[in-house]
Design a protein around this ligand. Structure first.
Ligand code: CDV
Length: 349
């Protein structure tokens, strides 16, 4: 049975340290309206979509640092963000949004939420698990830092897939399952979604955790430095242009290959361009198919909607043939994946 769904990535150009929150929210409203005019039902915003990507800076002023986090758990009703959620409700568009979260208990996370416009509630939350970079700045004063380990705790919510209701008409619901259907409901219900954030996309473990829950759409917002030799390594000397090309290549490589290996669609949304006047972030927001193809991708390095209409039924072929996990996975051979974290070469000959 076809299960059509209209997906969009809301790519955002730079947000500077000096940018005003109201201007940022208005840019997001404009993006939502553009997405709505295309018929989008789900719109993904980038990682830390509300502020500059502050983990690149060593921030010693406590009140400045505090200003980058959302302190209110109820974002749909918080004064700083309410307008965005109200617009999503008005346009009947589900949104997924990345932001820096400060819990009432004072723990900070790099978080993404999924808001259902139809129920008017936050359906799911994900806290970034793979925090890249370092806790201390690089010794090179010109280096682009990535101090996420300094500013965030490791996510504590795991990779929990969830179903998003009221998007696809005619899907099978729990109450409708007949006795003869028991155990044959796969691929017939509401869309199964999974969120990850930026660096998580480079780890096949993140994807496989979702793949094992039957994920059909992976949502991944990102802020990826285009030129950061201290972070990426200097083995191959590259110009900033070449480095950025490579970073975009690796971004698409992981979105396409992992979508294929888990038979799911994916949406990725960048915050991109020159932030704070000098820090280059890649663009390359895209929507990929379960066969690993790019269905739509950003053409600019600024605010842009990337849109695709998909049929979730297209996930079935991979899930039932090449990547039918139940028939082909060999967990008895995979023990090392959870037993060992780092590499052990096992000594020399
Ligand atoms: N925000 C990120 O997680 N960025 C990382 C770094 C390493 C650039 C990324 O993987 O894209």
């Amino acid at each position: 049975m076809p299960r059509p769904l209209k997906l969009a990535a809301a790519q955002m150009g730079p947000i500077h340290q000096t940018s005003k929150r109201t201007d940022t929210i208005h840019r997001m409203l404009t993006l939502l309206q553009r997405a709505s005019s295309l018929g989008a039902q789900v719109v993904l915003f980038p990682e830390c979509a509300l502020t500059t990507f502050f983990p690149r800076h060593l921030i010693t002023d406590a009140s400045l640092l505090s200003s980058y986090y959302e302190h209110d758990d109820d974002l749909p009703n918080a004064p700083n963000t309410k307008l965005l959620f109200d617009e999503a409700k008005k346009l009947k568009i589900d949104i997924s949004l990345g932001y820096a979260e400060m819990t009432p208990g004072g723990k900070s996370y790099n978080t993404s939420l999924y808001f259902s416009a139809h129920t008017g509630t936050i359906l799911a939350k994900y806290r970034k698990i793979h925090l890249p970079g370092t806790s201390e700045p690089f010794s090179n004063p010109e280096a682009v830092n990535q101090l996420e380990k300094r500013y965030f705790h490791i996510g504590d919510l795991g990779f929990s897939a969830f179903r998003a209701p009221d998007l696809v008409p005619g899907v099978l619901k729990k109450g409708d399952v007949k006795e003869e259907d028991e155990g044959r409901t796969e691929g017939k219900g509401d869309p199964i979604m999974g969120m990850m954030i930026c660096n998580d996309r480079r780890w096949p473990e993140s994807w496989r955790c979702y793949g094992l829950q039957g994920v059909e759409v992976v949502l991944c917002g990102y802020n990826t430095a285009g030129y950061a030799p201290d972070l990426w390594g200097t083995r191959r000397v590259m110009t900033p242009g070449e480095a950025e090309e490579d970073a975009v290549f690796h971004h698409k490589l992981v979105m396409q290959s992992n979508s294929y290996m888990n038979s799911c669609f994916s949406i990725s949304a960048a915050k991109c361009g020159l932030e704070d006047g000098k820090y280059d972030l890649i663009a390359g927001s895209c929507i990929t198919s379960p066969e690993g193809h790019i269905l739509a991708e950003a053409k600019t390095r600024g605010d842009e909607i990337v849109f695709a209409e998909v049929d979730l039924e297209d996930c079935r072929q991979g899930k039932e043939k090449t990547f039918d996990f139940a028939r082909h996975r060999r967990v008895e051979a995979y023990g090392l994946i959870t037993e060992r974290t780092g590499v052990d070469e096992g000594g020399l000959l």
